[in-house]
Design a protein around this ligand. Structure first.
Ligand code: HEC
Ligand code: HEC
Ligand code: HEC
Ligand code: HEC
Ligand code: HEC
Length: 215
């Protein structure tokens, strides 16, 4: 009888089954690992040297973000406030509080508080706050409800695909410029249409090309 398949061909289904099983396991691992909050940094909320609460200051006390992050409208970097800003109030408010001991120490010594960085892009990407604020992108779109957080937590992945998904269709994400720091403003609910806003001189045009963000 003519041999059509060589003998080793009998084992082919077994090989396929083994490869298939390993591949499946790898896929599950891949989704679990690279898709996990740890990998994308969503949920990262390091402990800070002072138990400073945005929920109290920006939420209950309704302080505007720009009182402390006062460079956000004109610079790439949103400044973290110096100890002097805290002491504007804490020279007289809760001045005996233990929770403020490190703040008083910093004020007396002149050494800044060592706040731990929460959001951080890799060096090879370029990001600029002022451009986004000027275009009417709200803090809440990229940082979530900071005004409800006792400890700042990264709410969005800050991945390339996340940046691009807004850059491709920015209009639904825009708001009037004076609502940029209003955390509860919802452009959809307010029926905001950028094209009909007389304060806008031109249509926004965020970069999609590589050199826009990798310069
Ligand atoms: C009273 C001053 C104050 C106000 C008001 C304030 N912040 Fe902050 N913010 C801080 C300080 C201090 C830190 C650094 C410590 C920390 O992360 O909690 C910080 C950290 C942050 C960070 C994380 C920075 C990083 O390391 O990545 C974001 C984002 C932020 N603030 C957004 C906001 C937004 C949005 C508002 C308005 C809703 C706001 N802040 C209002 C003082 C303030
Ligand atoms: C506009 C005034 C104001 C500014 C500016 C301000 N705070 Fe406060 N802070 C308050 C008030 C009001 C309270 C509530 C005090 C109380 O509960 O008795 C408070 C409470 C606190 C507490 C809790 C104190 C306790 O014993 O429970 C901490 C910690 C704190 N602030 C840190 C900071 C830091 C750090 C900064 C600067 C980044 C800052 N604050 C800036 C007004 C301010
Ligand atoms: C389009 C998205 C976007 C918007 C809108 C935005 N941020 Fe950010 N923010 C980021 C990213 C991304 C980083 C990390 C930047 C880096 O690592 O270079 C960041 C970092 C920060 C930091 C840490 C210091 C710094 O600049 O790296 C603070 C504080 C902050 N943002 C506050 C704010 C406040 C306040 C607003 C609103 C007025 C705001 N952000 C609006 C995306 C955004
Ligand atoms: C929620 C929407 C949104 C998100 C998210 C967003 N952007 Fe933008 N981006 C914009 C808009 C709107 C503009 C302004 C375009 C204009 O003015 O024509 C812009 C402009 C820019 C520019 C051009 C600035 C310049 O100086 O030329 C860069 C670079 C940029 N974004 C980087 C990023 C990066 C990096 C991320 C992610 C970490 C990001 N953006 C996330 C909406 C967004
Ligand atoms: C809107 C801004 C933006 C544009 C446009 C953009 N990138 Fe990125 N890219 C990012 C950000 C932000 C990261 C960092 C992602 C992270 O931290 O995980 C990144 C990361 C990368 C990385 C590192 C690997 C990775 O995926 O993390 C490569 C490679 C890259 N980009 C290539 C490109 C190329 C090629 C283009 C053009 C087709 C491009 N990028 C366009 C924002 C952008």
């Amino acid at each position: 009888m003519a041999v059509i398949f060589p003998r080793w061909a009998n084992k082919v289904p077994l090989y396929l089954a083994v490869v298939g099983a390993l591949g499946g396991a790898f896929l599950v691992f891949a989704v679990w690992y690279w898709g996990s909050p740890n990998y994308t940094d969503v949920g990262y909320a390091p402990e800070q040297p002072v138990p400073f609460s945005h929920r109290l200051h920006a939420g209950e006390l309704a302080m505007d973000c720009r009182y402390c992050h006062n460079t956000v409208e004109r610079a790439a970097y949103a400044a973290i406030p110096p100890t002097e800003t805290c002491m504007n109030c804490h020279k007289s408010i809760a001045k005996e509080s233990k929770k403020l001991a490190a703040v008083r120490k910093s004020y007396e010594s002149g050494r800044p508080i060592a706040w731990v960085r929460v959001h951080l892009l890799p060096d090879y990407t370029y990001f600029n706050h002022s451009v986004h604020v000027a275009a009417g992108v709200g803090c809440v779109s990229c940082h979530g409800r900071i005004d409800q957080m006792n400890i700042v937590r990264q709410a969005k992945p800050l991945s390339m695909s996340w940046c691009l998904s807004c850059h491709r269709q920015p209009d639904a994400q825009l708001r009037p410029r004076d609502e940029v720091t209003n955390m509860s403003y919802d452009p959809k609910q307010a029926g905001y249409e950028p094209a009909k806003d007389p304060a806008r001189k031109r249509k926004v045009d965020p970069p999609i090309h590589c050199s826009g963000c990798h310069r």
